[in-house]
Design a protein around this ligand. Structure first.
Ligand code: NAI
Length: 409
């Protein structure tokens, strides 16, 4: 007997399976490819291996080892006595039946895929190249575009980025996004902002900027213009609402329009982040087994693993202004931090926004070495409803980068 069916063993699916199994549920997981999903096999983990490798050759070699080691770890965890892993595509035949298995509760965690454009490569395909492209053209200066631009430039490719908007990383504080782009320009990356791609013709990208038609020649073309949820035709048999572009419709508990069927991770189109999928998995299983939790899905940190990193939690200063929220903004710079100078990482900036009078913390947008770790600290404060004054009054080890946070003006 199965209590819970899970379709997809990416970060959302396998976390849900483990948590449910530990709570005593009998779980059946369907996975048609490798366990670990995009994040482990073709996303977060391989790209971080690239960031932490000195050469392209080292990166491509280590990528395989790191991915296989982690995949092995997940397979060991999934060998739990309460979990049955079926290595095939899970297909709905009715509301509670998937590929011949029936259960009261079902979690759909099928992820997302890259949007395609002409013969351009997806990030997954770019990671399969075994020869460093001499010229790389990237379409889109979002998270994937910026991460790949940074790392391929480090390996020695000539990188051109073509972006539709005026600035990179639209969700990031605009001052920080601009500083990051300028730094990458100094390193030799050629950015064409406010430019829209018309077509890809062999090794040529045709685009329009300020009314002029231009072309960029490249040995490899990466299309990083967003991802789309992986929805399948058999969902109609399950009966829940979904949209090809926006994904599966869910409520605040990630339940679809059919009771007992949930959709977590990229496929619900909410927050396309591995850690968002993992937390949604915990929440859904908690609901199924009757555990109350207080996970703050409105406090969702994110990081962009360029060199140096950029990271954020909460709305940017620009967004708070647009929303008309009363707030004050405090800044500090890495160049005034002893540890940053000792590490030769003087480039960096912190922006903290809080309610007036050093009140409740609202957001942190950071650019600089280990920005993701610094944002994590502020995430804890925001989750607990703490103020900037309380952050300032917390003792920080000297000398650490975290002192940049208490050094804000
Ligand atoms: P994205 O939505 O972050 O950025 C896409 C960019 O492409 C936008 O700036 C957009 O203006 C631009 N664009 C779209 N069409 C264009 C065109 N025709 N010509 C020029 N520019 C165009 O999407 P991205 O980078 O592909 O990432 C996909 C998803 O994966 C995102 O949700 C992202 O958050 C997630 N992701 C997160 C990572 C992280 O957290 N470190 C790493 C990688 C992906």
């Amino acid at each position: 007997m199965t209590d819970l069916i899970i379709i997809g063993a990416g970060p959302g699916g396998y976390k849900a399976a483990l948590h449910a199994a530990r709570q005593g549920l009998k779980v059946t997981v369907f996975e048609e490819e490798h366990v670990g999903g995009t994040c482990l096999n073709a996303g977060c983990i391989p790209t971080k291996t690239y960031v932490h490798s000195a050469t392209f050759e080292e990166a491509t070699e280590r990528q395989q080892q790191v991915v296989e080691a982690l995949r092995g770890g997940i397979e060991t965890l999934l060998a739990h006595p309460n979990i049955t892993l079926i290595r095939e595509k899970g297909v709905f035949s009715d509301t509670h039946t998937v590929s011949g298995v029936t259960a009261k509760n079902i979690i759909v965690a099928t992820g997302s895929s890259a949007k395609r454009m002409g013969q351009g490569l997806s990030s997954t395909e770019l990671l399969q190249l075994r020869t460093l492209p001499k010229r790389l053209c990237i379409i889109g200066a979002g998270v994937i575009g910026m991460e790949f631009a940074s790392v391929f430039r480090k390996f020695g490719s000539e990188v051109t980025v073509i972006e539709y908007l005026k600035e990179c990383l639209p969700m990031m504080d605009s001052d920080i996004a601009k500083r990051l782009r300028k730094l990458m320009e100094k390193r030799g990356i050629d950015f064409h902002m406010g430019a829209s791609v018309k077509s890809i013709d062999g090794q040529q990208v045709v685009f329009e900027q300020k009314g002029k038609e231009l072309t960029a020649e490249a040995d490899a073309i990466l299309v990083a213009t967003g991802r789309k949820p992986n929805v399948a035709a058999d969902y109609a048999k399950a009966g829940f609402e979904y949209d090809e572009r926006k994904g599966i419709t869910v409520d605040e508990h990630f339940e679809t329009t059919v009771k007992g069927i949930y959709a977590i991770g990229d496929v619900n189109g909410r927050q396309m982040l591995a850690h968002a999928a993992e937390m949604q998995a915990l929440h859904v299983v908690n609901r199924i087994v009757g555990i109350e939790d207080s996970i703050r899905f409105d406090v969702m940190p994110a990081a962009i693993f360029t060199e140096p990193e950029a990271a954020l939690v909460g709305p940017s200063e620009d967004r708070l202004k647009e929303q008309g929220v009363p707030f004050e903004c405090h800044k500090s710079f890495y160049r005034a931090n002893g540890k940053a100078l000792a590490m030769n990482e003087a480039e960096g900036m912190v922006k903290l926004c809080c309610e007036p009078g050093e009140g409740k913390l609202l957001s942190a947008h950071i650019f600089g070495a280990h920005a993701a770790d610094l944002v994590q600290e502020v995430t804890a404060y925001i989750t607990l409803g703490a103020t900037l004054q309380q952050l300032r009054e917390t003792v920080h080890i000297h000398p650490t980068l975290s002192e940049v946070l208490i050094g804000v003006n």
